[in-house]
Ligand binder design. Sequence first.
Ligand SMILES: [Zn+2]
Length: 438
Amino acid sequence: MADLRRCRPLFVQWLNYLIDLWQCQGVTRPDAPPGAVRQGSLREWNLALVLDRIAAADRPPSRAELAAGTGLTRATVSAVVEDLLAGRLVAEAEPTPRAGAGRPSRGLVLATNGPAGLGLEVNVDYLAACVVDLAGRVRKHTVHRADLRPVSPAEALARLAELAAQARADAAREGLTLAGAALAVPGLVDAAGLVRLAPNLGWRDVPVPALLAEGAPLTAHVDGVPPLVVENEANLAALGELHAGAAGPASFLHISGEVGVGAGIVLDGSLFRGTRGWSGEIGHLPVRPDGPPCRCGGRGCLETYAGQEAILAAAGLAGADLPADTATTRLAELAEAGDPAVRRALAGAGTALGVAVAGVVNLLDLDTVVLGGGYAPLTPWLRPPVLAEISRRVLTAAWSPVTVRPATLGATAAAVGGAGSVVRRILARPAGWLARPG
Ligand SMILES: [Zn+2]
């Protein structure tokens, strides 16, 4: 046994050499953390591995526990932890007394004074900015309510830039450094961040990154973390839900019900974006091909039955001049009080939603549907008709029931999901953060 123990360091060295060689060949390890680089150094791999274990632990692990859990030597773990501490990626937790003799152990936790993600959202009736730290905590969240339909894209993005600048200043005061930003937009976004079409905002071919940069230069440069990613809001809201519900299902459909209706499809823990990132336009699934005209140019789309304005119109509240931010709350209050017109309107919207959802469930074999955005507080009235349509139309419903539940995050989940996506990039490749200039 003693001989074997003496041989262990040599064996680990040899193994590391082989792994290094393997990486130089550009081979991805099958168990590499999401987003891990393919040809990074062994150090990069070890940094990501140790940080991943600290992030996933349900209590702060010690260096010895990390060594045992990763198979790395204690010396390697100590060196990696020193790098992570110096880069403000991890911190030492308060010491916990040990049973029996010995020094109290100090576990490691994700740092709350290091890098952070900035999440931004421009929607039909609000702007939002939020800051999420490495541990996933929302540290700042600002929502500015305003009807942005009469406002030019340049003006809307100038106002958003003010919120972004304020968020950056607030984050700096708390010792946080914004490593990157993600902006949620209710429309089709191409790979360069150009918003091709946002029908409910009236935007077409808007160069969002350039316009936003005029008011808020996002200069953070971290390898592997773009300064700004522009993404469809329903996709980012779905990511927010995925990150918020650690024990939730790995596959689900998240529907954001606002003036427009969009969906994010999460399959096996990853967002299904489609070939060009334009998946999830559930609001334009035809519920009745000969129905009312839709802003998209089609007829009878889901949005014309279950969009916020359609629900208000069906409830007889179209002319009530309700401020956009209170419309959902008002609908929920009236439904709670038993208002028959509102109950009928929600039943109709729920039926249309159920028809569309049943089609998606038949296609993708999902067992969980999350109602987000403005739909979340209306879930008690939308769920029964949605479930009725699922039971009527989904072939497998009799053997595999579908769960329909409200979203965990609030109405501005997309901004939180966007900030969280920045943080996830850092966790997947900490070496990019450690090597940043300055
Ligand atoms: Zn449409």
